[in-house]
Design a protein around this ligand. Structure first.
Ligand code: PAF
Length: 284
């Protein structure tokens, strides 16, 4: 696996590959890689001639400085996993390389409603920082395809709009959530869960499954009832501090009132447990 650390080097390399007619897939990450990331690498390998992965813990998307400080860094094992998954190029820039003029975002994009609700409400500034780095990475790597996980549902929606707004010639591929055997959505933050929190954390995916089941059984069911029941179930575990349980239109993220045959809805949850913030979602 080739490791490149500067924008110039990765850009030159990809330009050269494209001139040779190669298709390039890109998986941006913040490291602490798990099977969810690796599934993106594998899909990219299948759909492209080469796969680039980036590892960069982006300081501008952490609204909580403690979360940034505690973000797991496991570079050695990440590299081993990437080599085993046959990733071709690792882009490993420094903060100075990605932010030569400082961390301030001089041209934040207005993504409107989808960036202000749910995660946008609970993590102010997060999407500005995320979109800022994703644009820099996309311009540096200039891939044909970008691979992202559905677990960060709003992030994937925002990146789709970013590509459109900036007129980038990149196809985004959003991949299904990878789950542990018991259903917990894979996340880099899971390694920070202690034994008790890990045991209880699975309730998030259980509640999502139960909402999906109830939504499938009954047209006309009031969303507010489903949300309320799920919120109460999670809150019955003293370990959880639930931030939101929401069922929204899957394409606009706007609230909807009832489940109907034509509704495309997504249920989204964010909750804190044992000092770790977890998110998960499920299409209904
Ligand atoms: O999902 C992530 O790991 C990050 O938000 C991303 C897309 C790599 C941007 O820093």
């Amino acid at each position: 696996m080739l490791i490149l650390k500067t924008i110039k080097d990765i850009n030159n390399q990809v330009v050269e590959l494209k001139e040779m007619g190669k298709k390039v897939g890109f998986v941006p990450t913040m490291g602490a890689l798990h099977e969810g990331h690796i599934s993106l690498i594998r899909l990219s390998n299948r759909e492209n001639d080469l796969t680039v992965c980036s590892i960069f813990v982006n300081p501008t998307q952490f609204n909580d400085p403690k979360d940034f400080e505690k973000y797991p860094i496991t570079l050695e094992s990440d590299m081993q996993k990437l080599i085993a998954a046959k990733c071709d190029i690792l882009f490993l820039p420094t903060v100075a390389e990605m932010y030569p003029k400082g961390l301030k975002n001089s041209e934040p994009i207005d993504f409107g409603y989808i960036a202000g609700t749910l995660e946008g409400e609970f993590r102010p500034g997060h999407f500005d920082g995320m979109a800022q780095i994703v644009e820099k990475l996309l311009r540096a790597v200039a891939p044909h395809r970008l691979y992202m996980g559905q677990k960060d549902y709003q992030q994937a929606m925002i990146c789709t709009r970013l590509i459109k707004k900036r007129n980038l010639k990149i196809k985004i591929v959003v991949c299904p959530i990878k789950r542990e055997k018991d259903g917990l959505a894979m996340s880099s933050r899971n390694v920070r869960l202690d034994a008790r929190s890990r045991k209880v954390a699975v309730e998030i995916s259980k509640v999502l499954k139960s909402m999906k089941g109830r939504a499938a059984r009954g047209e006309g069911q009031l969303i507010a009832d489903l949300e309320q029941a799920a919120f109460e179930k999670l809150s019955s575990f003293s370990e959880f501090k639930v931030e939101y349980v929401a069922i929204r239109d899957a394409k606009t993220l706007k609230p909807i009132k009832k489940i109907s045959a034509t509704t495309h809805a997504v249920a989204l949850i964010a909750a804190r447990i044992g000092g770790v913030r977890l998110i998960d979602n499920m299409l209904l």
